[in-house]
Structures are given as C-alpha cells and as structure tokens.
Ligand binder design. Structure first.
Ligand SMILES: NC(=O)c1ccc[n+]([C@@H]2O[C@H](COP(=O)([O-])OP(=O)(O)OC[C@H]3O[C@@H](n4cnc5c(N)ncnc54)[C@H](OP(=O)(O)O)[C@@H]3O)[C@@H](O)[C@H]2O)c1
Length: 360
C-alpha cells in the first residue's frame, strides 16, 4: 500500500513505552511500519489500530531479540517480503537491577547484552549496508544518559548504553560522506514499564521517571532523527547532568548516579550533599570552559587579566559552595535529617538554576 510518504520504518520494541510512542509518530506521518517485539498479541493489536486509524501497512515480526541469530532472522524476513527499510529504529532494550557481584542473574545480563548490543549491531550491519548502497536512510539508536554516566546497580545495562554511544559515534564518522544519518536519543528516567521489568521498582530513578512521559521522549527523538541530528538528550535537567558528566571526575559522577538507583526508603542527605558539590564543581567547569572558548591568544593583555580576575572570583565561589556542602554535612550530625534535607534541596535547586543558565 502506498501511503502519503511511501516509506517504511522498522521499530524494535514497538509494543510498549518509548518504542510504541515512536511507532505512533511514524504512523501519523504515513510511514508503513515493520514492528518487532516478542509479544505477538500486542503486535497484532497495534497493527489493527494503525491500519484502521492511519491506513498504513504494518508487517509484524514476533522475535526474541535475545536469541542468537535474531538480527539476521529479522533481516531475512524483511527481505523475503520484498520490503525496503528507510528508517531503522533500534529501540528494544532491557535492564537488570542489583549488585553485579552478589545479586543479579548472569543469564539475564547476557540476554540484556544480546538485546541491547548484539541484535542492535546485527540489524545495523545488515540494514546500514543497504542504506549506504542506496545512499539514503536514517537510523535511530536508543542510548540513554547512561551512555555517558556509569550506572551502578545496573552496571551491565549502563555498559550496553555506553557501547551504543561509542559505536554510533564511530559509525557516524565512517558514513559521513553519505546521505545516511545516525541519531542517538539519550533519555533519562522515563515513565515506562522499564523499571518494573528490570526489578528496579521503588527506586529513586523510578520515582523520578514519573515526571517524564514516553510520548515527550519519543517526540524529541523523532524530531532529531528527522532533522538528521547526531544525538539528542531529552530534558533540560538531563542535559545538565550530561554536561556535568563531561566535566567532573568519573568517580564523582558514578557516586551521584548510584544515589539515583537507591531505594526510595534510603536516607538521602549524603546524595544531596554530593550533588551540591558536583553542581558547584560543574559551575566552575562551565565558567572556565566558557572563558576558554572565548579566549583569543592575540587579544590584548587586559583581556587576559580580566579572565584571570574572573577565574579568581570563580575559585572563591566554588570554595564557598564546597564549604557550604561541608557545613551541611557537619550539621547533619546534630540536626534533624528532615531539616537538612529541606535546606540541601533548596540550595541544590539554586545551584542547578545557575548551571542551567550557564549551559544555555
Ligand atoms: N524508561 C527509561 O527510563 C529509559 C531511559 C533511557 C533509555 N531507555 C531505553 O529506551 C528503550 C525502550 O525502553 P522503554 O523504557 O520503552 O521500555 P519498555 O516499556 O519495557 O519497552 C521495551 C520494549 O522492548 C521489547 N523487548 C524487550 N525485550 C525484548 C526481546 N527480548 N526481544 C524483542 N523485544 C523485546 C518489549 O516488547 P516485548 O516485551 O513484547 O518483547 C517492549 O516493546 C530501551 O532501549 C531502554 O534502554 C529507557
């Protein structure tokens, strides 16, 4: 069936969460869809509603992407049906919550590597080759803020997202002289079934996820894909976290990320104090970065002196911010935790505003 744009998008993990919202956007724009997931029943329901609502053609491939040859089998089914994939969306993904050494299930983690990495690499290999030959096509990869921020208590999941980021950067460089584009969507915690399936219910990350709808995340990714952007981080707070991750020591970034993975019942003043310190250091980094970007070595010496003066002021403000974190921690010993938490939250929110305005 020829739709209004006549093109076809293949979406993995299309039956739920971000993948389903992405499929909705393609369907609304008249793309025919190849939908991949395990649940045949959910795929059938989705297909019926798309065909009825938008008059598009849907092709369903019920496949467990954790199985060894799944990527090749999906490609072969597409070819057997004589279809061309104009847009590939590597969205299917899973996580597993717990301490790697003692709590998580190794087989589940190997399945995660299969779904998030091996199937993605195979599908990309096969469809990208066709796209490069035709000199057209688009690929969307589901990364995460975990692509650049290590993820304690979901260590394997985080590492798979990091793989996707590095892999995508390298491929983009290799295909830069073609008309094929590759976009990485990097959401933070999003309100889908992901955390329940990963066994991460009642974590702070899941609580935070309630603020972000999968429809909004999908729209961010879809727009970036359509305009051929390299990557996009969804949400201002996530953009600030990613900026901080590029500026701060890995161990500090990882500690802060771990605090997000704690149970909602755990005491949180330490993580807030850590965040305050991180925010203070980030402000320092951003101001220095901005000064460095503006710095022109042939400018007159008074300009250099102005930067030196700014740097000295900055040093003082950072010292103040850090000592305020220390004071907060010290007062924790003698004051009620609730009081500390309220103060720390308010200071953090002020610091965050400063970071955000520096980023913008
Ligand atoms: N939610 C978040 O906070 C968040 C944040 C950053 C990035 N992401 C990424 O966004 C992507 C989508 O996640 P989501 O949050 O939308 O999760 P979700 O609601 O759990 O959806 C996952 C989708 O993947 C499919 N899937 C899972 N295992 C599969 C397998 N073995 N074979 C084939 N399909 C499989 C599921 O369908 P079936 O169960 O029917 O197979 C479902 O359609 C993932 O790559 C995830 O890492 C999510």
């Amino acid at each position: 069936m020829e739709t209004k744009n006549g093109k076809t998008a293949l979406v993995t993990g299309a039956t739920s969460g971000i993948g389903r919202e992405l499929a909705n956007l393609f369907a609304k724009d008249g793309y025919n869809l190849i939908l991949v997931a395990r649940s045949d029943e959910s795929l059938q329901q989705l297909a019926q509603s798309y065909e009825h609502q938008f008059g598009i053609k849907t092709t369903l491939i019920a496949k467990d992407l954790a199985s060894d040859d799944a990527g090749q089998q999906v490609y072969d089914e597409v070819k057997q049906q004589g279809l061309q994939v104009d847009v590939l969306v590597n969205n299917a993904g899973m996580g597993e919550y717990g301490l790697f050494a003692t709590e998580t299930d190794l087989q589940k983690e190997i399945d995660i590597i299969h779904i998030n990495v091996i199937a993605l690499v195979k599908l990309t290999k096969l469809f990208l080759k066709d796209m490069v030959q035709r000199n057209e096509g688009k690929i969307l990869m589901l990364g995460s803020v975990a692509s650049v921020i290590p993820n304690p208590l979901m260590a394997v999941y985080g590492a798979t997202k990091s793989f996707i980021y590095s892999f995508s950067e390298a491929l983009r460089n290799e295909i830069k002289d073609t008309n094929v584009t590759l976009t990485v969507l990097m959401p933070g915690a999003t309100d889908t079934d992901f955390f329940n399936k990963a066994g991460a219910s009642n974590t702070k990350a899941q609580e935070k996820a309630r603020e972000t709808s999968p429809a909004d995340v999908a729209k961010t990714g879809y727009d970036a894909l359509m305009s051929g952007k390299d990557k996009v981080v969804h949400g201002v707070a996530n953009k600030a976290s990613v900026a901080m991750a590029h500026l701060l020591p890995d161990s500090a970034v990882t500690s802060s990320s771990r605090s997000d993975m704690k149970s909602t019942n755990e005491e949180e003043s330490h993580s807030i104090a850590m965040s305050l310190g991180i925010a203070a250091l980030a402000i320092a980094g951003l101001v220095v970065l901005s000064a460095w970007r503006n710095y022109n070595p042939v400018e007159k010496s008074y300009t250099k002196a102005r930067y030196r003066h700014k740097a000295n002021n900055l040093k003082d403000s950072v010292a103040d911010a850090i000592s305020s974190v220390t004071d907060n921690l010290t007062s924790k010993a003698s004051n009620a935790t609730d009081d500390l938490t309220a103060k720390a939250k308010s200071s953090f929110s002020d610091l965050k505003e400063t970071v955000l305005s520096a980023v913008n």
